[in-house]
Design a protein around this ligand. Structure first.
Ligand code: IN0
Length: 419
């Protein structure tokens, strides 16, 4: 139960309850579904099915940017589903990836042979491509160009593994850096952001690389168990003969060294993330961009030097995620969050870790760029007495129980607020 996991973090309980009671509406307002066409409504339905909390942040985007990002997200999901589907033979998959961008302009293209969990976006691709063609030309050109470059890049990596650290950057550029570049161009096209945001592809690329490297690090076990890996050989070969060997209990020390090396590499992108976020002017765009980044730094901090990465799935607590979503709404707050997590990592750096000097160096740089401002984000609870806290926690747990039952009765399952 989410509340129990947050017992040692009272502020998270406060936020879990606040979120459940509708505090989430600030970052995720409800859409006006009545005024939408049937096909656009279907697109939002798919969006809500594929990603839960993130879908809500997309729906909170201002004006026409919301639809453009929703369609971009679904199109990327479809492309990603093709890439991931191991049942499609290579001689069929390669041309599909290379030509994917042309399917956007074919009103009847669909793919019904996938067994992946998100196969619906491929089966009903005509609904998504129809809404794609309803977007303004500027948005269509960005989305089509990114799909083209991403498809070609994915096809290139189907036949080769991620070898050097440089190739790691290259792979992550294709699957996530390009997403950042495309999104930034959409932000600028919508005029909600300055043209410079769309032009600075280096910073936009770093946004994607930081997210994707964090996913790859976190998903070590899941990926190796499925017989593949995105950990670069240049990193793991320094510590083991085969990447799967890192999961063996007797190799734990090597495994942690490798893990910490990769976390340190991912942290290199944080200064660019801070620079990118500082440029954003629109509140809805800022929230949309900042939330995944603070989730990623929290995840990286949890993963750093953590044996659990080799034993299961490392996840941040729901209470922690909700707290981050509600707090990451200003540059000052984001800098404080980044400073806190880099401090948390700093405390875990071991004297014997081979990457120690590199890690300390990048953490110092991050600390400098995220100058914590003393008065920001006061911790709501430190000035409260333990007695008062316990009472508040009990009350929170009871309200949680109450809300869970009433919410379940009122709306069944599936809605964000009901989870
Ligand atoms: C994303 C990114 C994303 C959002 C905002 C700005 C970005 C800038 C550059 C690159 C990516 C950016 O965010 C999502 C977040 C997400 O989906 N979270 C999941 C949780 C999880 O762990 O997967 C959720 O369900 O909440 C993201 O991870 N990716 C993504 C995909 C499409 C778009 Cl339009 C934006 C995926 C990826 C591979 C990192 C790019």
């Amino acid at each position: 139960m989410d509340v129990l996991k947050s017992l040692g973090h009272p502020e998270e309980i406060f936020n879990l309850v606040k979120f459940k009671m509708g505090g989430c509406r600030a970052v995720m307002p409800k859409l006006d579904y009545e005024s939408m066409s049937e096909s656009l409504r279907t697109c939002y339905l798919y969006l809500n099915q594929t990603s839960r909390s993130f879908a809500a942040v997309i729906q909170a985007l201002d004006g026409e940017l919301r639809h453009a990002v929703c369609i971009f997200y679904l199109v990327l999901r479809a492309l990603d589903t093709v890439e991931d589907d191991m049942t499609i033979p290579l001689d069929k998959k390669v041309p599909m990836l290379n030509d994917f961008h042309t399917y956007l302009y074919q009103d009847d293209w669909s793919f019904t042979e996938s067994q992946e969990k998100d196969r619906q976006v491929l089966e009903d691709f005509p609904t998504i491509s129809l809404e794609f063609r309803n977007l303004a030309q500027e948005y269509r050109d960005v989305i089509s160009d990114i799909c083209h470059r991403m498809g070609v890049g994915m096809a290139e990596f189907l036949e080769k593994k991620v070898g050097s650290m440089k190739e790691w950057d290259q792979y992550c550029h294709y699957v996530a850096g390009l997403v950042g570049i495309g999104l930034s161009q959409l932000f600028s096209a919508s005029q909600l952001e300055d043209p410079e945001v769309g032009r600075d592809t280096e910073l936009a690329n770093s946004m994607g690389l930081f997210l994707q490297k964090t996913n790859i690090i976190r998903d070590y076990l899941e990926d190796t168990q499925e017989g593949r890996t995105f950990w670069p050989q240049e990193a793991w070969s320094q510590f083991a003969g085969r990447v799967e060997d890192l999961a063996q209990p007797e190799k734990l020390e090597s495994a942690l060294s490798c893990l910490n090396l990769l976390v340190t590499d991912a942290l290199r992108h944080v200064p660019d993330v801070i620079a990118y976020l500082s440029r954003l002017r629109n509140q809805s765009v800022f929230n949309f961009c900042a939330i995944p980044q603070v989730m990623a730094i929290a995840t990286l901090s949890t993963c750093y030097n953590n044996p659990m990465v080799f034993q299961g799935v490392v996840k941040i607590r729901k209470g922690q995620a909700v707290t981050l979503m509600m707090e990451a709404t200003s540059m000052r707050a984001v800098q404080t969050i980044i400073a806190q997590y880099s401090q948390e990592i700093l405390q875990k750096v071991s004297l014997t870790d081979p990457s120690r000097d590199k890690t300390l160096h990048i953490l110092a740089l991050i600390q400098e760029k995220s100058t914590p401002l003393p008065s920001s984000l006061p911790s709501r609870t430190h000035h409260l007495s333990p007695m008062y806290l316990s009472a508040a926690m009990l009350l929170a747990a009871l309200s949680w129980q109450y809300l869970s039952t009433t919410a379940a009765q009122a709306q069944g399952t599936g809605d964000m607020q009901g989870q």
